[in-house]
Design a protein around this ligand. Sequence first.
Ligand code: SF4
Length: 63
Amino acid sequence: MPPDYPNCLVCVHFKVTWDPAFPRSCGVFGFKSRNLPSVEVFASTGRRCPLFQERPPKKPGTN
Ligand code: SF4
């Protein structure tokens, strides 16, 4: 069964870094990565990231 990675791009803990080699980061786990952090979490633990928290939708007219 393929792993069901949470979508870090819509998680409140996801960050973008200035490091071109490791442009993605997870604020709660505290690491930078090339892949989505949830992929790294699965590779390290064999489990789906348990800390995914969906970012609330933006209000119209805000950035
Ligand atoms: S908490 Fe999990 S889902 Fe959220 S950014 Fe980190 S690895 Fe991705």
